[in-house]
Ligand binder design. Structure first.
Ligand SMILES: Cc1cc2nc3c(=O)[nH]c(=O)nc-3n(C[C@H](O)[C@H](O)[C@H](O)COP(=O)(O)OP(=O)(O)OC[C@H]3O[C@@H](n4cnc5c(N)ncnc54)[C@H](O)[C@@H]3O)c2cc1C
Ligand code: FES
Length: 511
């Protein structure tokens, strides 16, 4: 299982994922092991296979079923945290690296879909960052100036965004952005990998990855193993590192929906605004008569919103979209997913803390599709023992390098500490008798807390409410019908199985 088993399903999930052999058994050897078959893992596997290395890919659930199947897949080389903020906190060089890596990622996707003939609706288009209010116009000016210093080409200020409901709102236009259908693209990568001899196994949760005898040994739950020269951990939230990297990023949930619009009534472009959290919009082509409008936003820290608040957030998102896109039809599907926000705004891609041959790619933020592809490019070079210009900026071992990053680091880790102490606070409901069918809640029992879920059938599932990663108290996610860990983003199904790391093991029985 993985986050593909959350209750909601995205537009992309209308297309089946490529099937994998059920699971790895026994022991196999390869030059490189890639753990995780999302955009980052598949991109790294593809680059290393193309470089002539033998590659095994393992995934804990179905292939490509993680957050890469829940994305909205804007391919943008703007910076969703703003270049002016990056420049002032990390400096011009770091901002340039961010920009160059995202431009390179879009170029790489374009080149791969062409070379591999992957029919994935890839298109180059413009992206528009528009002012959410009159007061944000100055922010656009600051961003334009920073773009010029960073060397972002093809960006200009317009007095009016080309949005049906946003006439008269200033915006920045970025040319050369892109969009694609992520599931079609990842299925194409999987086909290319198989053609070139890579071995991909689904339903193979990795429980340990360790350096031994000059190489790396990975063990799966159930005992299967892979021996390799180097391993890339692309599990969205790294499962090989117990704490170091998790203190430097925080999980946020974001929402998206899809609704039809008559063809031609909305420009085929990317849109996002200056609100915090920001709204993001794109089109997905459907047929000769209509396109699908995909609208996302209303992010909040994982585990920090109950049922009423989530409902209000989704209603706000739809109301916001109706104001700007009056031709939008009935919402056909709503889904959510999780992103990991690095405290200093840059992804973590490179050699893991304390390892010589284990590499990670994480810290995706809202631009993880492009940073996942950039991870493929950078990790290919590092695994092959070569230098790369992006390596220092994205080094996972870096420390917070600015006051802003250090403050963010402190804030997120104080929140984690509070969640660890939540074991001593009262429960949400007094007894399991108060739990209606189809809902979950945390209940105090003696000195501990229980995660209680009552299925529609009336069957009761009771587990310890302590996350199996590092013990934070879980929160029920009524939208996705799963347990979320607010500390580092683990998720568990109602029956206690892991959906998303860094946890590896299912929830324990109550004491
Ligand atoms: C609603 C939403 C909208 C977004 N919009 C955009 C956007 O417009 N543009 C953009 O660039 N980014 C966007 N993002 C972010 C982007 O989608 C993600 O950052 C990206 O998909 C992460 O890819 P990944 O490969 O790191 O992780 P995943 O796709 O989650 O892949 C990780 C894989 O690792 C596997 N795994 C986990 N643990 C184990 C284990 N123990 N053993 C084996 N396998 C394991 C999982 O099963 C999973 O398949 C969005 C995200 C969301 C949720
Ligand atoms: S994810 Fe780290 S304690 Fe739960």
């Amino acid at each position: 299982m993985n986050s593909g088993s959350e209750r909601s399903s995205s537009l992309w999930m209308e297309i089946d994922a490529a099937e994998g052999p059920p699971s790895l058994s026994g022991e196999e050897r390869a030059d490189i092991l890639v753990v995780g078959s999302g955009i980052a893992g598949l991109s790294a596997a593809y680059e290393l296979t193309q470089a002539g290395r033998s590659v095994i890919v393992l995934d804990r659930g179905p292939l490509s079923g993680g957050m890469s199947a829940r994305t909205t897949a804007h391919l943008a080389s703007d910076c969703d945290d703003y270049y002016h903020a990056l420049v002032s906190s990390l400096g011009l060089e770091a901002a340039r690296t961010f920009h160059q890596s995202h431009v390179a990622a879009i170029n790489r996707i374009e080149a791969i879909q062409e070379a591999e003939a992957i029919d994935c609706d890839f298109a180059r288009l413009d992206g528009y960052l528009f002012a959410a209010s009159e007061g944000d116009v100055g922010l656009l000016d600051r961003e334009l100036e920073a773009c010029q210093r960073v060397g972002v080409t093809g960006v200009e200020r317009l007095e009016s965004a080309p949005l049906p409901g946003a006439a008269g709102r200033a915006c920045l236009r970025f040319s050369g952005q892109g969009r694609f259908h992520p599931r079609k693209y990842m299925n194409g990568l999987i086909a290319a990998l198989r053609r070139d001899g890579a071995r991909l196994y689904a339903n193979s949760p990795v429980e340990s990855v360790e350096e031994a005898d000059g190489g790396v040994v990975a063990k799966c739950v159930g005992g299967a193993r892979v021996r390799c020269d180097a391993a890339v951990i692309a599990t969205n939230s790294p499962v090989n590192d117990w704490m170091a990297i998790h203190t430097k990023q925080a999980p946020y949930r974001t929402y998206a929906f899809a609704a039809p619009v008559p063809k031609g009534s909305v420009p085929d472009a990317l849109f996002w605004d200056t609100a915090d959290p920001y709204h993001y919009v794109r089109l997905q082509p459907r047929n000769d008569d209509e396109d699908v409008l995909i609208v996302g936003g209303e992010d909040h820290k994982t585990g920090h919103a109950g049922a009423d608040e989530i409902r209000e957030r989704i209603e706000r998102l739809e109301a916001w979209a109706r104001g700007f896109f009056p031709t939008m039809g009935i919402v056909e599907r709503i889904w959510s997913g999780q992103v990991l926000e690095p405290t200093d705004r840059l992804p973590y891609i490179g050699r893991n803390h304390g390892n010589a041959a284990i590499y990670v790619a994480t810290g995706d933020s809202g631009q993880g599709m492009t940073s996942g592809v950039a991870a493929g490019i950078l990790l290919r070079e590092l695994v092959l023992g070569r230098e790369h210009a992006w390596a220092a900026a994205f080094d996972p071992r870096r420390k917070p390098a600015s006051v802003a990053a250090a403050t963010e680091y402190l804030k997120e880790n104080l929140d984690v500490a509070a969640r660890m102490l939540a074991h001593v606070t009262p429960g949400e409901v007094k007894s399991v008798e108060d739990l209606p069918p189809g809902s979950g809640a945390i209940i105090r029992r003696g000195l501990g807390k229980i995660a209680a879920y009552r299925a529609e059938s009336g069957r009761l599932y009771l587990h310890s409410a302590s996350c199996t990663h590092a013990g934070c108290v879980l929160e029920w996610n009524p939208f996705e019908m799963c347990w979320d860990c607010p500390c580092h983003g683990s998720q568990f199904a109602p029956d206690g199985e892991v959906l998303n790391g860094p946890a590896i093991h299912p929830l324990r029985n109550p004491d």
